[in-house]
Ligand binder design. Structure first.
Ligand code: NCD
Length: 319
C-alpha cells in the first residue's frame, strides 16, 4: 500500500495510489450491493465535514460512505456556525480537532486551503474542492467509472468540453487521466481556457464536432457562471450552439463512446434535456460510484490496511 495521510490533490496519490483506490473500490462495490450495505471497518473513527461552498452529491456521497463504514460523523453547517460570527478557519479547525476527529473533508472557495489545514490539526485532510484548483475524489470516481465502462483509462482519448478555466474537476482529471495513460483533449472557446497552459499535457481542439469523432470519453463540464467575473461567452445561446451536446450532435460519437458529467448539470446549456437518458450516458453510474470510491478513500486513509477483515459483519458473515 502506498502511504499518504492526506488526499489534497492527485499528486498526493500518484498513479499507484489511484490504482490502489480503484482496487479497493471493487471490494466496496461488493459491500454496497449487499442486502445490508454496512461494515464495521471504521467503527470508532470520526469524520467531519467542513463545507464552505455548496454541494449536493459530494457531501451526500461522503456521508453515505462514512455511514456504510460505521464511522461517526461530525456535521458542520457553515450557515449556522460561528463562522457566521467571524471565526477564522484556523480557530474552526482547531475547535473541531480538539473534539477528536480522524479525517476532515473540506470544500472551500480559496485555492490551497487543504494544504494549510495540517498546520492546525493532526487529522487526515480530504479535499472536496478548493476554488478552481483540485477535486481529487471526483477524479477517482471518474477513473473508476471509465475503467468499469471501457476496461481501462490507459490508451483512451478523453475530450473535456467547456468551462475549463474555472474547473477544479478538469484540473484534477487532466492529471489523473494522463497519469493512467490516457490522452486528453480540451474543447472550448479560448475565453474558457486558462490564460496559461504551459506544461498541461493536453491538445486543444476548438471545434467540438471534430473532437467528437475521436473521443472514447466525452466529458462535459458545467458552465460555472458563479465563478465568472466577466462575460466570457457572447451569449449562453451561442455557447450552446457551438459546445452544447444535443442528441443529434452525439450521433457523431463512436458507438462505444461514453458521455460523462460531474454534475450539477445545466440542462439546456452544456447538455440538452434528453442526453442524460441516452444509453451511452453514464452520469448516474458516476453518482453511484461516488459512494463506493469515497468508501475506498476513507478506508485507505483511516482503515487498518487489512481490507478483507474490516469488510465482514460483526458476526463474521459478509452478506
Ligand atoms: C463540481 C464541483 O463542485 O467542483 N461538482 C461536483 O463536485 N460534482 C463541478 C461543478 O460545480 O460544476
Amino acid at each position: 500500500m502506498t502511504s499518504t495521510r492526506h488526499i489534497r490533490g492527485i499528486d498526493d496519490l500518484g498513479k499507484d495510489g489511484i490504482l490502489e483506490i480503484m482496487e479497493l473500490s471493487n471490494h466496496f462495490l461488493e459491500v454496497s450491493n449487499r442486502r445490508i450495505p454496512k461494515v464495521p471497518a471504521l467503527r470508532g473513527k470520526t469524520v467531519a465535514w467542513l463545507f464552505y461552498e455548496d454541494s449536493t452529491r459530494t457531501r451526500l456521497s461522503f456521508e453515505t460512505a462514512a455511514k456504510r463504514l460505521s464511522a461517526d460523523t461530525m456535521n458542520f453547517s457553515i450557515s449556522s456556525s460561528s463562522v457566521k460570527k467571524g471565526e477564522s478557519l484556523r480557530d474552526t479547525i482547531e475547535t473541531i480537532s480538539a473534539m477528536g476527529v480522524d479525517a476532515v473533508v473540506v470544500r472551500h472557495k480559496s485555492v490551497g486551503v487543504p494544504w494549510l489545514l495540517p498546520k492546525w490539526t493532526d487529522a487526515s485532510i480530504i479535499n472536496a474542492g478548493d476554488g478552481a484548483h483540485e477535486h481529487p475524489t471526483q477524479s477517482l470516481l471518474d477513473c473508476y467509472t471509465i475503467t468499469q465502462q471501457l476496461g481501462s483509462v490507459a490508451g483512451k482519448r478523453i475530450v473535456i468540453v467547456g468551462d475549463i478555466k474555472h474547473s477544479r474537476v478538469a484540473r484534477s482529471n487532466i492529471k489523473a487521466f494522463t497519469m493512467l495513460g490516457a490522452s486528453v483533449a480540451l474543447a472550448a472557446p479560448p475565453t474558457l481556457l486558462p490564460p496559461s497552459m504551459t506544461n498541461w499535457p493536453v491538445d486543444v481542439i476548438m471545434d467540438l464536432d471534430v473532437a467528437l469523432k475521436e473521443a472514447d470519453v466525452l466529458y462535459l463540464l458545467r458552465m460555472q457562471l458563479e465563478r465568472q467575473e466577466e462575460s466570457l461567452v457572447p451569449s449562453l445561446r451561442e455557447y450552446t450552439n457551438f459546445y452544447g451536446l444535443t442528441t443529434e450532435r452525439s450521433r457523431k460519437l463512436q458507438k462505444s463512446s461514453i458521455i460523462m458529467h460531474p454534475g450539477p448539470m445545466n440542462r439546456g446549456v452544456e447538455i440538452s434535456g434528453d442526453v442524460p437518458e441516452l444509453p451511452n450516458t453514464v452520469i448516474t453510474n458516476q453518482v453511484e460510484n461516488g459512494v463506493v470510491v469515497r468508501m475506498a478513500v476513507l478506508y485507505h486513509l483511516l482503515g487498518s490496511g487489512l481490507a478483507p477483515i474490516g469488510l465482514t459483519h460483526e458476526d463474521g458473515t459478509d452478506d
